[in-house]
Design a protein around this ligand. Structure first.
Ligand code: COA
Length: 219
């Protein structure tokens, strides 16, 4: 998705939804969507019991610049063009120390989970990320979050994860992007380009373990 465009999709149940960049006027839609997340979904998204979105959380969720911080939302489409209830949001925040990498988070209201919307939003997010030079995504995921693990595996079958502080830390290629080797894949240094490739991989390897406690989940 270009960061200023919209797209229309059908979910598995045949209903129609529209994806578009999240904007400041979506505040009440996002708050309403939050009310349709179960306690489990909230925990999986925010990593703590989250009975409500505080003003500071809302401020962060809408602190978007379309370049380093971008969110795409999905809403029901009524009568072919009218935007209805908010159904989900996927977002990225570029890492300050690794400009081609962004941390992602996604949430879908419970009654629509399993209908393909998480996949749709992640592909839209990936298109926007590619437009802004982001080639790798990282994500904190609870170890028992099977839908999210399956979604990441669909996006990048070579995604890898390691355990950190009781969570899984995933590192995977943005779909459709030409990416540097992942930070955990050993780089063989035998060819003419290997010096450069090895240097990049070494840089990422040094940066990733020291990522600040998560731009979304754990803060
Ligand atoms: C994780 C989440 C975003 C997935 O969104 P979704 O719309 O349900 O995902 P999709 O329908 O596109 O399904 C994606 C894949 O997940 C897997 N999946 C979906 N539901 C599943 C379930 N209940 N159990 C196991 N795997 C499941 C499937 O492999 C599916 O791909 P497929 O249908 O092509 O086989 C959604 O469940 C959610 O919002 N959870 C709460 C918040 C959260 O966990 N966020 C992630 C932390 S950042």
């Amino acid at each position: 998705m270009k960061t200023n465009t919209t797209s229309i999709h059908a979910l598995r149940d045949g209903s129609t939804i529209r994806c578009r960049p999240l904007r400041a006027s979506d505040r009440s839609k996002l708050l309403d969507g939050f009310e349709h997340l179960s306690p489990d979904s909230r925990y999986r998204r925010f990593f703590s019991p989250t009975p409500r979105l505080t003003p500071s959380m809302l401020k962060r969720l809408f602190d978007l610049d379309g370049h380093d911080r971008f969110a795409v939302g999905a809403e029901r489409l009524r009568m072919g063009w009218l935007g209805g209830a908010g159904l989900g949001v996927a977002r990225f925040i570029r890492l300050p120390d690794s400009r081609n990498t962004a941390e992602i988070a996604v949430s879908i209201v419970d009654e629509v989970q399993g209908q393909g919307l998480g996949t749709i939003l992640m592909y839209e997010l990936a298109a926007a990320a590619r437009d802004h030079g982001i080639t790798r995504f990282v994500a904190w995921v609870q170890p028992d979050n099977e839908p999210m693990k399956a979604l990441i595996a669909k996006l990048d079958p070579l995604a890898h994860a390691h355990h950190e502080d009781g969570l899984l830390f995933f590192d995977f290629a943005v779909p459709g992007a030409i990416a540097l080797p992942s930070a955990k894949v050993p780089v063989r240094r035998t060819g003419p380009l290997d010096g450069f490739v090895g240097w990049c991989a070494d840089g990422l390897r040094q940066l990733l373990p020291s990522l600040p406690g998560g731009a979304f989940g754990r803060t």
